[in-house]
Design a protein around this ligand. Structure first.
Ligand code: PLP
Length: 377
């Protein structure tokens, strides 16, 4: 049976061009980038090229990019690193109730260790209120950490305005852009972003590599003791092949931005239109317009999304009932709860996230399989 993959917010396949670029660094160019001989210097150069590519994709300086092992590590490093370094100034952090667990649980850990956290609520579309944000800022607020785009419902936050509010109040602004990178054009300077988390495996690079942008001048303390890699901000021998893959994939995705974006938008709009014209009791979760181009999250009232997913799986279709990290858990999605959605709509929430290799024929098959299932129950 053909596999039809609609879970690109969970992970993506590695692109052929990316694998090709990575392979030499697994097979022959295996030097440690810290070694001074030629083989080591080749690896250092490859890491350097990747750093330039990431920096150029988001309009930062090369020296403001630090490679990590994943988006979760980038979030931990940014939030703890900024919190520790600025604790003399204050111990208050502002975040939202709909963050990925990598941010939420890091904030909860800090809360247990003497920091105070404000969790901003969101409206029914998953957006924060800028007035609430401004009112929450205190004398001792050192960090605002608000995700760029939500992994479950796709809602994009007003990042530029958040950046302006942070700047005006002298507060550092970190954003988890794991879902936004590649799907949204990002200029960290125009958006007033001080720190930003990225992950390779959401943009057709391998799992096990991530990056963190930290603006020059942001007070930051390392959280992992060890060697001096990554300008002393992140210890550990670099994952050279993974870093090369991330550099290549971010360059490719932004080179092809318009066609990739249009492809995702076309599939998303087509899918939404077809489902809404055939099924009654449904709700599109997230903001209809300010959302990721490939994300659809529908709640089907009276349908158990777990059962629906099993049926889709039996037909070779991969989709999700919530975020990848929380699927399999019986807890209702904290994101949907925060949007005020009722229990019976939460239980019926299906997330479909499109990718570059999906075709119209795939989407038609997805639609007909969903419609047949709904008719059958
Ligand atoms: N942040 C967001 C918004 C995500 O969607 C994810 C993964 O789903 C992460 C962080 C964690 O990224 P990683 O899987 O690279 O640790």
């Amino acid at each position: 049976m053909k596999t039809r993959y609609f879970d690109h917010a969970a992970t993506t396949p590695v692109r052929k061009e990316v694998i090709k670029e990575m392979l030499p660094y697994l097979e022959v160019e295996y030097g440690n980038p810290s070694s001074i001989y030629t083989l080591g210097r080749h690896s250092r150069k490859a890491v350097d090229t990747a750093r330039k590519r990431v920096a150029s994709a988001i309009n930062s300086k090369k020296g403001e990019i630090f490679f990590t092992s994943c988006g979760s590590e980038s979030d931990n490093l940014a939030i703890k690193g900024i919190a520790f370094a600025n604790k003399e100034k204050g111990r208050h952090i502002i975040t939202t109730a709909i963050e990925h667990p990598a941010v939420l649980n890091t904030c909860k850990w800090l809360e247990k260790n003497g920091w105070e956290i404000t969790y901003l609520g969101v409206n029914e579309y998953g957006k924060i209120s800028l007035e609430n944000l401004e009112q929450s800022i205190r004398q001792d607020t050192v960090l605002i950490t608000i995700m760029f785009a939500n992994n479950e419902i796709g809602t994009i936050q007003p990042i530029q305005q958040i950046g302006m509010i942070a700047k005006k109040n002298g507060v550092i602004f970190h954003t988890d852009a794991v879902q936004a990178v590649g799907n949204v054009r990002i200029n960290v300077q125009e958006l007033n972003i001080d720190a930003m988390s990225m992950s390779g495996h959401k943009i057709y690079a391998p799992k096990g590599v991530g990056a963190l942008y930290i603006k020059d001048g942001v007070k930051f303390e390392r959280i992992q003791q060890g060697g001096h890699q990554e300008q002393g901000k992140r210890a550990g021998t670099e994952n050279v092949a993974g870093i090369v893959g991330l550099g290549k994939s971010i360059e490719l995705i932004y080179d092809e931005f318009d066609s990739y974006n249009n492809h995702l938008l076309n599939m998303k709009n087509y899918f939404i239109k077809q489902i809404e014209s055939h099924v009654k009791d449904i709700r599109l979760n997230g903001d209809r317009n300010e959302r990721l181009p490939g994300n659809v999250n529908f709640s089907f009232r009276g349908i158990d999304a777990g059962e629906l997913l099993l049926n889709l799986d039996a037909n070779g279709i991969c989709a999700s009932a919530g975020s990848a990290c929380t699927s399999g858990s019986v807890e209702p999605s904290h994101v949907l709860v925060a949007t005020g959605l009722g229990e019976e709509f939460i239980r019926g929430a299906l997330r479909v996230t499109f990718g570059k290799d999906n075709t119209k024929e795939d989407v038609d098959f997805l639609i007909s399989t969903i419609l047949e299932y709904i008719k059958s129950i």
